[in-house]
Design a protein around this ligand. Structure first.
Ligand SMILES: Cc1ncc(COP(=O)(O)O)c(C=O)c1O
Length: 391
């Protein structure tokens, strides 16, 4: 993009091939319960390198289905990160279980086995991990901890499509992995998500739960329209239109991951001379990030200047976001229900209050990254010299 063209924070990447895929579904007669969802589920598992997939209406739906399926409910505690999207925790609330918030690692924003283990009680039934900013959590010690205590692991992989630990895709370590295809994610179906499990029986049970609890799909019915409902269920299905778009997008994921990694590395190099701006990042050789966003945390004398810098970047046409704007336990619903002690989750709070997420995605070139970094440095220098307005 040229020097005065706005750089949005993110933009869905829709090609003619995507449009054609959607049109083909619309020109046919099957808009739901059809072959597109089946194929998307199979192709998604191939992309991950294993697992059984169930397409759903959103990541939140996948998370909700996971807790319902594993029978987690009132009286149970679930370990959740304090630094995440509200959806991670809402899913726990909707089944009536109690979220137990745990602070994150300062560098990666991820939960660690050590932090989790200090919050376990006899009522803990599950651990919810989020691969923050696309950085894979260090899963083996978390899996080990869960096995020793008989706990389920629900992985929130909403922003971690393509993230791997020791060569294995995230979502394939725990009992369930949940992905999002919201428009600004690595790939999109408009709204949509995927439930992933290593166990075929779990996948078929969740597939029934996702579709009213009916006992047979359209293709399994010998008499059209004839089915039974042996259990309670929801309607969390994905449509054929969405699945066709997802299949088309999924084919480009290798390019998406390469481009995101390259832009992220450029940011890392260019921001390397600013010790008071630290990227949420990892140098663990066994971890491959999906590079969902460039979350830059302002430290030291810059700590209180995030909002001024955001204002300046936005005024110059550079889009930004914040991942995530508050530690979840400080959000009004959770604060009112469980209370929030100041200082309770210092790293989650630091990331929420002192970070900005810079633009990253297929809509950008290396020149755009140069421009964002130059503008960021200029904004910091201006606030540094007293021209800022404070938070
Ligand atoms: C970590 C995380 N989990 C869950 C969600 C919710 O995803 P969806 O909109 O598909 O329900 C998001 C959305 O941004 C997210 O970032």
């Amino acid at each position: 993009m040229s020097d005065n063209v706005p750089i949005p924070f993110a933009r869905p990447w829709i090609t003619d091939g995507d449009r054609q895929a959607v049109l083909e579904v619309l020109n046919g007669h099957i808009l739901t319960h059809g072959p597109q969802c089946k194929s998307f589920e199979q192709e998604f598992a191939e992309f991950l390198g294993g697992g059984h997939c169930v397409s759903v209406s959103s990541c939140m739906a996948a998370l909700h289905l996971a807790y319902l399926h594993f029978g987690i409910g009132p009286g149970d505690e679930v370990i959740v990160p304090a630094q995440t999207h509200a959806a991670t925790v809402h899913a726990v609330e909707w089944v009536g279980a109690t979220p137990v918030f745990v602070d994150c690692d300062s560098r990666t924003g991820n939960l660690t086995a050590a932090a989790i283990s200090s919050e376990l009680t006899p009522r803990t039934k599950a651990i919810s991990v989020v691969h923050f900013a696309g950085i894979a959590c260090d899963m083996p010690p978390i899996v080990d901890l869960a096995q020793r205590h008989g706990l389920r692991i629900i992985e929130d992989c909403a922003i971690a499509l393509g993230a791997r630990h020791q060569g294995r895709h995230v979502a394939l370590f725990g009992d369930a992995g949940c992905f999002s295809f919201y428009p600004v994610k690595h790939m999109t179906t408009g709204e949509g998500g995927m439930f992933v499990t290593r166990h075929e029986a779990v996948a078929s049970a969740v597939a029934r739960l996702r579709a009213f609890g009916v006992d047979r799909t359209h293709s399994e019915r010998t008499v059209p329209g004839m089915y039974d409902v042996p259990s309670l269920g929801l309607n969390y299905r994905m449509s054929e239109i969405q699945a066709a778009l997802g299949r088309s997008q999924l084919r480009r994921m290798p390019d998406v991951l390469t481009q995101r990694a390259s832009l992220f590395n450029q940011y890392r190099t260019l921001l390397g001379d600013l010790p008071q701006v630290r990227l949420i990042d990892t140098d663990a050789p066994e971890s491959r990030s999906s590079h969902y966003c460039v979350s830059a945390v302002f430290e030291g004398e810059y700590a209180g200047r995030r909002n001024d810098v955001v204002t300046k970047l936005n005024a110059s046409g550079i889009g930004t976001s914040i991942y995530y704007p508050q530690p979840v336990p400080r959000m009004t619903y959770y604060r009112n229900k469980y209370g929030f002690l100041p200082g309770a989750h210092p790293q989650a709070t630091r990331i929420s209050d002192q970070s900005v997420a810079l633009p990253l995605g297929m809509h950008m070139t290396g020149r755009d990254v140069d421009r964002v970094v130059a503008m960021l440095k200029q904004s910091l220098a201006e606030t540094d010299s007293g021209k800022g307005t404070g938070r």
